[in-house]
Write a protein of this length. Structure first.
Length: 582
């Protein structure tokens, strides 16, 4: 018998996919054939309540499963019931119209992007594609991830789209969508409330116009918010932090092996003799250190430049970059970079909007007037007003962080706070605040906070994967499979691997993760751990010297993950008793 599994509109992006996967496994066990379309199905199983947008189910035998707890408890029984209890599905009962456009099927294009360009970017893209498929709509999602543009949209695809969804946590170039109806959101809602975001897209989308008009640009920027500009700067700075940190770590590792043997020819009593002598310098070490230091020197300018770019588009980039360079030269560090980035961005935006010029000179504003005045004013402000006080603040922060070596109690408290924050919302604002703190301090060669941040952030996915191994019978088979993937994501420092578990059982998962992350962060700094790169997880340790001490750092991660995983395995209710959270 052929079975087709479909989701109702209220199934939820996480539970819907888990339920479909669970039914597919059960179907294989019962020798039932799961097909990809309603047309070839003998029976259709609808997961979750709500409307079914796929018109092809009309007139087919459909069995609706509204209680997902019952489904996860006994999926084989659900499939058995479906064969005997399915009834003909009527269009008037639940089918929602799929399109108001002339071609009958709505066409969606979307762009997703997150600060790190790793997890949320691709998870949100998958959720959007699944929701469109569920509604019977055409959809293509372009990802702006850490490796660049993926699944790039063509001009023809953009032109034929009914609406554009920009699910972006950072500022991205949307000029290709000029003149199209565009709806702005973030990756979090696109991932967790996909159906609602689709509905909002058609209700709230407005025609997008690039920033040729300053007031339009300003309104678009305001929608992203003050914190959003900071995340944009961080996203552009991160590759430089990773590259510089790893190269410097590699130079330190090579520095441990300076003494090398070299074969030379010398004359002794007029006779040429071959000898081996020690050379106290390895050629690669000083060169690698130079490359890494130069990469680090660009981190603050990139941070400031792209904060300004996020606020004022291209006119803000040059004053932001110059302000960032001056923040480095005045010893104002990343705090100066953040401040001057905002200053340069808002200054460039104000000049663009409020400086009146004759129409004949208006074209010079973005390429001459704004860069000239914004850069000049930004530089003078940094040099003569804010450079010195911010440099003093940075020196005080640097001194406090250095004092942790002699005051381990302070280091432990900081590690507990950072580790716990990383596990609170797994990719949300609190997580990002802790990550921002650790990442930006790398530019000041302060590596302890980043050690607590990365170690703590690895705990949630590792703990959830461990819990599925310890208490397998309490988890559905699909969750057991998710647990295996979660372990891999945890090793890669992708905290979002725990999101499916947190979305399903937040009141138990999140407290366990926070406790485990806090323990890990505190232990890491108690051992005096230092980490020179902001990403990569355990795989970054392949380069010697990237973390010190390695044993204490790994022990911290293991301890926190085991405590959190065992705690959740103990308090989790069996799947049949758990409360489903959509």
């Amino acid at each position: 018998m052929n079975i087709y599994i479909i989701e109702g509109s209220h199934a939820g992006p996480v539970n819907g996919r888990l339920a479909k996967a669970e039914l597919a496994l059960a179907a294989n066990a019962l020798n039932l054939n799961v097909v990809d379309s309603a047309g070839s199905a003998d029976v259709i199983v609808a997961v979750g309540s709500g409307t079914i947008s796929d018109k092809s189910v009309v007139g087919k035998k459909v069995y609706v499963v509204e209680d997902l707890n019952q489904l996860f408890a006994n999926p084989k029984q659900i499939l058995t019931d479906a064969q005997s209890k399915a009834s003909v599905y009527e269009q008037s009962a639940k089918v929602a119209p799929t399109s108001t456009s002339s071609h009958g099927v709505k066409r969606i294009v979307a762009v997703t992007a997150c600060p790190t360009g790793v997890a949320h970017t691709f998870m949100a893209a998958e959720a959007i594609e699944e929701e469109a498929k569920k509604r019977g709509w055409w959809c293509k999602v372009e990802t702006r991830g850490s490796v660049g543009v993926g699944n790039e949209l063509t001009p023809e695809e953009v032109a034929s789209a009914d609406v554009v969804i920009a699910a972006c946590d950072i500022d991205v170039d949307l000029s290709k969508f000029a003149g199209k109806k565009l709806y702005r959101t973030k990756t979090g809602p696109a991932l967790k409330k996909t159906a609602q975001e689709f509905d909002k897209a058609f209700e709230e989308a407005t025609v997008y116009q690039p920033s040729a008009n300053a007031s339009v640009a300003k309104s678009n920027k305001e929608k992203k918010g003050f914190y959003q500009h900071l995340l944009t700067g961080i996203s552009y700075m991160l590759p430089m932090v990773v590259a510089g940190g790893l190269i410097i770590a590699l130079s330190f590792a090579l520095g441990e092996f300076k003494d090398v043997l070299k074969t030379v020819k010398v004359l002794e009593n007029g006779v040429e003799v071959v000898k081996e002598v020690l050379v106290n310098e390895l050629v690669g070490e000083p060169h690698l250190k130079l490359i890494g230091d130069e990469a680090f020197s660009l981190m603050v300018p990139l941070l400031a430049g792209y904060i300004a770019y996020s606020i004022a588009d291209r006119p803000g980039l040059v004053p932001g970059l110059v302000g960032g360079l001056l923040a480095v030269s005045t010893q104002a560090g990343f705090l100066g970079g953040i401040f001057i980035g905002y200053f340069a961005g808002y200054l460039a935006m104000c000049i663009s909007k409020y400086l009146p010029l004759p129409k004949t000179l208006e074209a010079l504003k973005p390429i001459l007037i704004v860069p000239l005045f914004a850069t000049l004013i930004t530089g003078l402000v940094m040099l003569f007003i804010f450079g010195a006080p911010i440099a003093w603040l940075m020196a005080s922060l640097d001194s406090w962080l250095n004092s942790m070596n002699s005051n381990p109690n302070t280091a432990v408290i900081l590690g507990v706070i950072l580790g716990g924050m990383m596990c609170t919302d797994m990719g949300g604002p609190i997580n990002k605040a802790a990550y921002l703190f650790g990442t930006t301090l790398i530019s000041s060669h302060q590596y302890m906070p980043m050690a607590a941040v990365m170690a703590g952030g690895m705990v949630p996915p590792l703990a959830m994967g461990l819990a599925t191994l310890i208490a397998r019978k309490k988890f559905a088979k699909t969750e057991q499979e998710s647990g295996k993937a979660s372990l891999v994501l945890g090793l890669c420092f992708i905290s979002e691997g725990a999101i499916p578990f947190a979305a399903r059982d937040p009141l138990r998962v999140i407290p366990c993760c926070i406790i485990g992350g806090a323990i890990t962060g505190g232990m890491a700094l108690a051992f005096g751990s230092q980490l020179m790169t902001p990403h990569g997880g355990l795989f970054a340790l392949a380069i010697p010297g990237v973390v010190k001490p390695v044993v204490g750092y790994l022990l911290s991660i293991v301890a926190g993950s085991v405590i959190a995983g065992v705690a959740y395995a103990f308090i989790k209710k069996p799947e049949s008793e758990s409360t489903t959270v959509a």
